[in-house]
Design a protein around this ligand. Sequence first.
Ligand code: HEC
Length: 333
Amino acid sequence: MNRFVFVLVLSGVLSCGTEGTPSALRTRGQAACATPASSETVRIMEGLKPHCEGCHAQGARGYFASTESFQALLVSDVRLVKPGSPDDSELLRLLEGRGTGAFKQMPIGQKSYAQLVTEGTATLPVADVRAWIQGLAAQQRDSRPDPDAPRISRLTAVQVQRALYQQLGLRHEDFFISANEFGLPMAESRGDDFYPLQPPDALPMPRQAATGERYHALGGGSVVNQVTQDRTASPTFALTLTQVSQRWCRRALAMTENTALFPAGTTRSANPVDVKATLRRWSLHFLGERFTDAQVDALYQDVFVPLATPTDTEPAYVGACSYFIRHPHWIFY
Ligand code: HEC
């Protein structure tokens, strides 16, 4: 194989791989890796469509939303269409009223598709669907998520607050005392040095402006202040989350009775074995993921060690704690 061919093959593998795909390739779009719909596939889709799209135009079974949906959700799903084997294809069985799953036939209702053809309501013969499946080559499905699909959400400001209260063992009372203004309950800040956070629309509402501003900086919206929610990962969001996570982690670690980060039986020390056990536990605690030994070693070397001094591990533990809170898997779901 000459080098040119090898490079072509390699780039093909890379652009269609499920893991380690460079982002530049990833943005090229879906169609490059999946088998495109053939003209016969489009003809079959158009023939079935009038009898199906009413119930299958959106969601996980939105087969008829577009040619791409038909191809990706139906044609390249071997559970529904098995190339070369019409009788092993649930799609065909459903059209003929011989479905093996929850439904015996499609469309659901009185008549199966085959019966609709017989009585002349549907025009595409079932035999055409059978022949199409018979002649279909193996289909490749692109398992990568569509980068344009709105599937990934950033935590809202309120979710940030609630998640941190829970994961760091902090409570409303750690930041606020009760106050009253004109008979309305207010959250009086214990000091802005604690970086308090409270939505202006919440009860009790924040008495100090800085508290609400911090909430808005995290993208929180408010009817009272006429600010719309911002779910983008803006620079202001990143900066504010960094400050809040570091401050709140430090606070949580300073509370001796707080067991959220160091439950009974765990050891907080400078001993690498203890530190790595903590980092592993925190990966589960914050991200719901079990870090591998290699990930834990990297985190220890890159984040913990540079921040630790022989006498004080506090900044290093704060750094590691806030590392998890700034992790993309913490911020996005
Ligand atoms: C009146 C509504 C309706 C119509 C019309 C309809 N379907 Fe469905 N279809 C459903 C429902 C409901 C389900 C089950 C959805 C679920 O389980 O979430 C379903 C499921 C399916 C499935 C998945 C079956 C499985 O075992 O996973 C296929 C394939 C399907 N329909 C194809 C079609 C085709 C092709 C047509 C047109 C010939 C059609 N449907 C017309 C309502 C409809």
